[in-house]
Design a protein around this ligand. Structure first.
Ligand code: NDP
Length: 434
């Protein structure tokens, strides 16, 4: 705490990982040599910078930009850019730390990083968004590159914003290599990248359920959020025969006992991705109930998929879900459950997947986008989707391999943390003290 004052999210993420790792390191003390753990919790580099731009009224705005280059032990730094007023050093350091383990789990050669700004895109015009993205990259460009650091999207940064940033990068660097992932299809993007995080989360939930002798088909599912991850989690859960009864945003929760349909999902995507509207607007359009300032966790379901943001599901939410009979929780968002909530799920025997395992499909497909760019080829939808499914199955298998506790119970939290750690640790030990 003394080294990282005012960084509660970063300390929360490190605590969760260290609690998992401790028994493993006691049994394998060579992983505590050469100050490995001390090095692992210190980002390789933190960049903070001024971003100034001119709004539509002609006024100068000043925001703060960040890039956390956490670990390059197994490849170029890789992780998304977040634009949200809550962005600060603690949140981005936690995300970059988590990303390092997640990227290791994918088995693709990617290090860990994260970046963003406290810029709030809500209510901003297209021109303002573009000027902000360009101003952000006018500093970031000197720190990133296709073999150095490869950013992507995250909260508040979708295909449009990635496109503006990739365009500015090209102009400033005078190079056409592909430095961002999540790009548009016409300039190096990969099929299935927009779908990948949501699809991957549902693939992972299905793996957990199958391993426990069940399946998604016929189950009731709640999803939080209504952005990129949430939308494709809804789509894939429906495709596997589940009934999705909620989505949400920062204004509240849509509860639809009739369940989502393909038509309703198309309306949600139009409201969110084209009109930049609210979940309440969507609820009105489809005649569903909307509960203001409420999260979805009081709705009884078999499967919960938190896909909005960090710490959106606390211990009391977890107890409500458990009391209502939840069987499986797979995180589409990063660290949506508090440590206490995660412990409550595991203690109750709920199949609980931490984000670094279940939402790794997004960055994995970004890795596949990098591969396609490097060989200057595009793979088909089926080819990318098949690889995504295989990667999610591989992560599930790694969790089984490393997640057995002394009492014989399976912990996906321990499995993901230890499996990710072993890969990063081996790479760090092999490359000496740097
Ligand atoms: P989007 O910006 O597309 O959607 C975010 C959604 O979460 C929106 O519905 C938003 O509501 C809601 N939300 C954001 N902040 C808050 C908040 N403080 N309180 C309540 N609701 C909030 O982002 P993504 O879907 O891309 O990301 C969602 C989560 O998934 C994040 O945790 C992200 O880190 C994680 N993730 C994303 C990946 C990706 O590929 N995009 C990959 C792996 C993880 P509102 O519109 O009202 O703000």
């Amino acid at each position: 705490d003394a080294r990282n004052p005012g960084q509660p999210e970063f300390i929360q993420a490190v605590t969760e990982v260290m609690e998992s790792l401790w028994p493993f390191i006691e049994a394998n003390p060579r992983y505590a040599e050469q100050a490995l753990l001390e090095r692992l919790v210190e980002p390789e580099r933190v960049i903070m910078f001024r971003v100034c731009w001119v709004d539509d009224r002609g006024e100068v705005q000043v925001n703060r930009g960040y890039r956390i280059q956490h670990s390059s032990a197994i490849g170029p730094y890789k992780g998304g850019i977040r634009f949200h007023p809550s962005v600060n050093l603690s949140i981005l350091k936690f995300l970059a730390f988590e990303q390092t383990f997640k990227n290791a789990l994918t088995t693709l050669p990617m290090g860990g990083g994260k970046g963003g700004s406290d810029f709030d895109p809500k209510g901003r015009s297209q021109g303002e968004i573009m000027r902000f993205c360009q101003a952000f990259v006018s500093e970031l460009f000197r720190h990133i590159g296709s073999d150095t650091d490869v950013p992507a999207g995250d909260i508040g940064v979708g295909g449009r914003e990635v496109g503006y940033m990739a365009g500015m990068m090209k102009k400033l660097s005078n190079r056409a290599d592909c430095v961002f992932t999540g790009k548009g299809l016409s300039f190096g993007g990969s099929l299935i990248r927009p779908e990948a995080t949501g699809y991957g989360t549902v693939y992972f939930a299905e793996e957990m359920l199958c391993h426990a002798g069940r399946s998604m088909a016929g189950l009731r599912v709640s999803v939080s959020g209504s952005g990129n991850v949430a939308q494709y989690a809804v789509e894939k859960a429906m495709a596997l025969g589940a009934k999705v009864v909620t989505v949400s945003d920062s204004g509240g929760t849509v509860i639809d006992e009739d369940g989502f349909t393909t038509e309703k999902l198309a309306i949600l995507m139009d409201v969110k991705n084209r009109q930049y509207g609210r979940a309440s607007d969507y609820a009105k359009q489809v005649g569903a109930r909307f509960e203001e300032n409420v999260r979805p966790w009081h709705v009884p379901v078999d499967v919960a998929l938190p896909c909005a943001t960090q710490n959106e599901l606390d211990e009391s939410d977890a107890r409500t879900l458990i009391a209502n009979g939840v069987k499986c929780v797979a995180e589409g968002a990063n660290m949506p459950s508090t440590i206490e909530a995660a412990k409550a799920f595991e203690a109750a025997g709920v199949l609980y997947a931490p984000g670094k395992a279940s939402n790794a499909g997004g960055v994995a497909t970004s890795g596949l986008e990098m591969s396609q760019n490097a060989i200057r080829m595009n793979w088909t939808r089926d080819e990318v989707d098949t690889r995504l499914l295989q990667i999610m199955q591989g992560i599930h298998a790694a969790c089984l391999q490393y997640g057995k506790r002394k009492d014989g119970r399976l912990s996906y939290v321990d499995g993901a943390n230890v499996a990710g750690f072993v890969k990063v640790a081996e790479a760090m030990l092999g490359q000496g003290v740097i």
